[in-house]
Structure formats: C-alpha cells, structure tokens
Design a protein around this ligand. Structure first.
Ligand SMILES: Cc1ncc(COP(=O)(O)O)c(C=O)c1O
Length: 470
C-alpha cells in the first residue's frame, strides 16, 4: 500500500493531470499552509497520543479543547467536537443523542447510510420521506418547504410522533434550498433538527451572497460538516456543531464517547483545526471566494462551448450531464480515468467532478478536449431515456423491525425471486452511499421491478443476489 501511494505520487504515473475527486484538498495542493508545513516535518513526529498538552475532542483541557472552543465561538454556537471517523461517526453520535431506543426519527430518503446504521445501533425507527425526483438525470432534488409541509401533514395522518428530524443540506451534487423555513417548520413541532451538511462546510456566511446559507445560520440544533469533502481537511476529518437549548451537549458528548476511538489521531485533529481556522481569516475567505469564482467560470466556459452541464447552487460541483449525449456516466468515468481525468461520482446519467480547493490552471481547455473526444468515442445523437423515480410512498417506515431484519437469520436469493420478501441488507451504491433499500423493507413487485432496472444501470454495484429475511 505504501509503495503504491509513493508510486502514484512520483513514479512513472506521476499525479494525474486532473484529480477532481475528494478529499477536496486536491491531493495536497489546497491544504492550509500550516498543515503543509506540519507534513514536511520528520515523518511520524506528528503522530502523537492524547498527551496532556494536546488532549482530545472529549477532553476539557489541552490544545484540541481550546481549538474547539475557539471554533465554536467564531461560528457563534455553544459547542463543537472534531471527529476522526468522518461525518459518519459524528452523524451517528448526533442521532443517538436525539432519540432513545424505541423512538422514531424523521429523515429524507437521501439520508446517508451512516444514519440508517445509527438507527440500528440505537434501536430507532427511520421514518423515511420521499423527495422530488429529477428524471432527466436520476437525482433527487432539494427539499422545499411546501414539500416538507406535505410530509408533516402525512405524519399527522399516520399518527406518527418522531423524536427528532434529519435534513440533508446540500446534497452530494450540491442541490440545496433555503434551510431556514425547513428548520422553522420542524422546530414549530418541537422536533430537534440534525442536519447532515457533510457537503456544505464551505457555506460560510459573508463569503459569497450567491451561496445557500448554512443550516447553522438557519438555527439547526446539530450540524455535521465533513471537512475532507467540503473544506481542506485530510480524509476522515469532520466537525459536529451544537447550538440552542433543544439538545443537551452533555448527552451529545456521552454519545460521542460511545463511538469515538480512544486514540484519536493528533494529525487529523490538527487538520480539523487548520481547515476551520483558515476560513476565520480574511485571507482564507478570499481564497474560498476565488475557488467559487473559478468553479463558476469553468462551468460558464464549458457550457458556452456546448458541454451539457447540470448547474446546482454549489459551484464546487461540476456535473456533466452525460445522459444528454447518450452516454452512461459510469462508462464515461472508466474512459476518462484512462486519460487521467478523475471524477468523484459516476452515475448512470451523469459524472460529477469535485473542484475542491486547489487551483486548476488550464482545466477548461483540457476538459473541453476530453468531452469532445468522449462524445466521439461513446456518444450518440439520442439522449438516454428518462430515469424512473423509485416507487415510494411519501412517508413510510420499514415494515419489519430494522435491527431484527438486519442481524437475524437471512438467506440470499436471486433478485428475481425476492418478490414479497423482506430485505435483510442495505442496497446502496457507493458513492453516493444513499440506500436504495434498507433492511426491513418489503420488496413488493413495483419496488423489485425498479431495483432490477437499477441493476441494469449499476451492474457492478447492485448484485444479482439479495439477502432477505429467512
Ligand atoms: C451526504 C453524506 N453524508 C455523510 C457522508 C459520510 O461522510 P464521511 O465519508 O466523511 O464519513 C457522506 C459520504 O459520502 C455523504 O455523502
């Protein structure tokens, strides 16, 4: 592994020309100066335990505690905790702090798998609500207030009383609406709100008026940022913010303790600190604005030259709408990888590039050339047919108990023979890590037909066999 990484860095296959994937620091180019300086020190000198001077995310003394206090004060919230197991670990701890075993949690269908896993860990029932579907590309769009009102009315109709709610803002692709009315609607019902803002750490106030606001500014109680996805942190870095009076920070801290390693990496904690700190300074904010401008200028240039793009409110996500040129995004990705243009998220209808925080000199010209070559190699004059929305109710919980279905006796059957059975696994292409099916859900005829269609589209991600409750 070490040999492979050294080889990728320097050998014959020196860094690919355009590595537009996560982590967002762009293979080091966008790391904060302090972090680059640290990494040039004697290898391993920074790999330290929780010495009294350093401490850890759950300690009240030491450099980490001081950094967390300073970060919380700068953002204007009551507390924050750094994480070294990605947004995953922090989302899970946050959810456990919001609901007790036996309670239900309202969450959107595009909830990351970590949240479904947290429901299993905490004995919670996910009450999943559907989202608008954009059939020309096969994505779920942003949640709007009117849609959430319909969901809440359905919640009442079904007599459901969740203990908390989860939102995703923005999505992996950068779709976002104004979180203010969404959080307000949920708060009106007394529901504490956890926002998975893994892809939105850069929604910094006062940097760019065209960016959506962060759910922190919208008053969400708990917000998780993945610092390697939407800030210049090393892989696995994340932060959990806590504000308001609805959530007890003591309880959050206890839940973090259940899931956090007892040996958090000092290097990763320093990376959390530097990634957040740089945006508290005018210089760092200017650099962020430059990255956003660079993203918009790139999209304008490609769009003017005829590349079919899907625009979202996040300029750091560049989405080629390959379906419009009759090209499957997964095939486009494989073709481009061989030509040293590496995307983040291939899907049947699109290819998403994460521009991150590095400078990309000359990228527009190179991308345009690649697009033209790709079109000649794989394109067609007929666009791909529209994608089918999943046949889901507006609101629903798994028919069987999530944990019992997931960890009880199960057997594998061909997808074709699973009609009427209860799923005993997550079916979840990664990325983006959003389950198509969760354990405990019934695979009725329409769901199964839709899954079979998905399998044609994602042949390597959705296997021909599915585990069902025995
Ligand atoms: C919306 C969303 N939330 C959470 C996560 C988990 O983040 P991490 O990889 O930092 O654990 C992901 C990862 O893809 C994600 O897309």
């Amino acid at each position: 592994m070490a040999a492979l990484l050294s080889h990728l860095r320097s050998g014959r296959f020196a860094a690919p020309i355009d590595a537009l994937h996560l982590p967002a620091h762009g293979r080091g180019a966008g790391l904060p100066v302090a972090m680059r300086r640290l990494l040039r020190r004697r290898p391993g000198s920074w790999d330290l335990p929780e010495l009294p001077q350093i401490g850890g995310p759950l300690e009240s003394e030491g450099a980490v505690a001081a950094s967390q206090r300073a970060a919380a004060a700068a953002v204007g919230v009551s507390a924050c905790w750094y994480g070294v197991n990605g947004a995953t670990g922090l989302l899970q701890a946050a959810l456990l702090a919001l609901a007790s075993p036996g309670q239900a949690v309202l969450m959107p269908r595009n909830a990351h798998r970590s949240l479904i896993q947290a429901c299993a860990l905490g004995g919670l029932t996910p009450l999943l609500f559907d989202l608008p579907f954009l059939s020309d590309r096969g994505h779920v769009g942003a949640l709007e207030a009117a849609w959430l009102e319909r969901v809440l009315a359905e919640l009442d109709r079904q007599g459901q009383t969740p203990a908390a709610a989860v939102l995703v803002h923005p999505t992996y692709h950068g779709y976002a609406s104004d979180p203010l009315p969404l959080v307000a609607l949920l708060h009106q019902r007394g529901l504490p709100v956890l926002v998975d803002e893994a892809h939105g750490a850069h929604l910094q106030p006062g940097v760019d008026p065209a960016l959506p606001i962060s759910s922190l500014a919208a008053g969400a109680d708990l917000v998780v940022h993945s610092l390697h996805k939407s800030a210049a942190g090393l892989g696995q870095t994340a932060v959990l913010w806590c504000q308001g009076t609805q959530v007890d920070p003591e309880l959050v801290q206890r839940c973090l303790g259940w899931l956090q390693t007892t040996s958090p990496s000092a290097l990763l904690l320093a990376s959390c600190d530097t990634a957040l700190h740089q945006w508290q300074r005018p210089r760092g904010r200017r650099a962020l604005r430059r990255c956003l401008d660079q993203g918009r200028a790139l999209a304008d240039r490609l769009s003017d030259a005829g590349v079919p793009l899907l625009r979202t409110p996040d300029p750091l996500r560049l989405i080629w709408h390959t379906a419009a040129a009759g090209i499957n995004g997964l095939e486009a990705d494989a073709w481009l990888l061989q030509r040293r243009l590496i995307a983040e998220l291939p899907e049947p209808g699109c290819l998403t590039f994460c521009l991150g925080f590095a400078r990309h000199r000359g990228l527009a010209g190179r991308m345009l050339r690649r697009w033209q070559q790709l079109r000649l190699a794989l394109g067609s004059s007929t666009p791909l047919p529209p994608f089918t929305p999943p046949p889901l109710p507006l609101l629903g919980a798994p028919e069987h108990h999530l944990v019992e279905a997931w960890r009880g006796p199960q057997r594998a059957v061909p997808l074709d023979d699973a009609c009427g059975a209860i799923a005993a696994q997550l079916i979840c292409p990664y990325p983006p890590g959003i389950p198509l099916v969760i354990p405990g859900e019934r695979l009725d005829r329409s769901r199964l037909r839709w899954l079979q269609e998905q399998r044609q589209l994602w042949p390597d991600q959705i296997t021909a066999m599915v585990k069902i409750v025995a």
